[in-house]
Design a protein around this ligand. Structure first.
Ligand code: AP5
Ligand code: MG
Length: 212
């Protein structure tokens, strides 16, 4: 199954993507994760992306389209994949269609803006393996350290209140039009992501079991 996870910053795309990845044994491909890895590695792409990400804007379409095209051509995507955070603009969605990639379902995780600020303010990310936690909703059993690898937990650089507001504005302006785009293609599956992680997972799995 070829899936897209669509939703605002902090909607839970990464959290649900990880769960679906394990269940379906298909790769979860997050453009955000790939860009942060490029920043960490100090590549040319990383240097180009850093200032944009820190300000809450979007990396140019042609750059992201190229990364995704290359990634989807890899062998592990043959039996399906989950795209997290791509496409994020209409030109990106059109580029994906032009790649000849068939998408089966678009999981649209809906969360009101008021909840987003609290979620991202309390998110902590492992500096080692990138695992995601939440101080209240999903705490690490190892306290300030990652329960998987023992790495230090930190606040993501773009989770500052002013950057969160900028990311939300970018989302409403450039990404939300994709809701109608995929509804028009009959692929949109709406998921209430506003309550708990468990309830979002149940709703996500229900949608995946539905035919068509
Ligand atoms: P990206 O990394 O994709 O960030 P984002 O879209 O802003 O989304 P987040 O990763 O912040 O949130 P999420 O939905 O994954 O939520 P999570 O599961 O962590 O992109 C970063 C940047 O890279 C972009 O701003 C842009 O600059 C650039 N970029 C990336 N892709 C691009 C593209 N295609 N084109 C151009 N530029 C691109 O959950 C959040 C928190 O809430 C966690 O702490 C979690 O534990 C908790 N939580 C999750 N679900 C629930 C729930 N149901 N109830 C309670 N708590 C929950
Ligand atoms: Mg994420």
């Amino acid at each position: 199954m070829n899936l897209i996870l669509l939703g605002a910053p902090g909607a839970g795309k990464g959290t649900q993507g990880e769960i679906i990845r394990e269940r379906l044994d298909i790769p979860a491909i997050s453009t955000g994760v790939m860009l942060r890895e490029a920043i960490k590695a100090g590549t040319q792409l990383g240097m180009q992306a850093k200032a944009i990400i820190d300000q809450g804007g979007l990396v140019p379409d042609e750059v992201v389209n190229g990364i995704v095209k290359e990634r989807l051509a890899q062998d592990d995507c043959k039996n399906g994949f989950i795209l997290d955070g791509f496409p994020r603009t209409l030109p990106q969605a059109q580029a994906l269609d032009a790649m000849g990639v068939e998408i089966h379902k678009v999981l649209y995780i809906q969360v009101p803006d008021q909840i987003i600020e609290e979620r991202l303010g309390n998110r902590r990310v492992c500096e080692g393996c990138g695992a995601t936690y939440h101080l209240i909703n999903q705490p690490s059993s190892a306290g300030d350290l990652c329960e998987r690898c023992g790495g230090r937990l930190a606040v993501r650089k773009d989770d500052k209140p002013e950057t969160i507001r900028e990311r939300l504005a970018t989302y409403h302006q450039l990404t939300e039009p994709l809701v109608d785009y995929y509804r028009g293609q009959g692929k949109l599956c709406e998921i209430d992501g506003s309550t708990t992680i468990e309830a979002s997972t149940e709703a996500t799995l229900r949608v995946l079991e539905e035919q068509g």
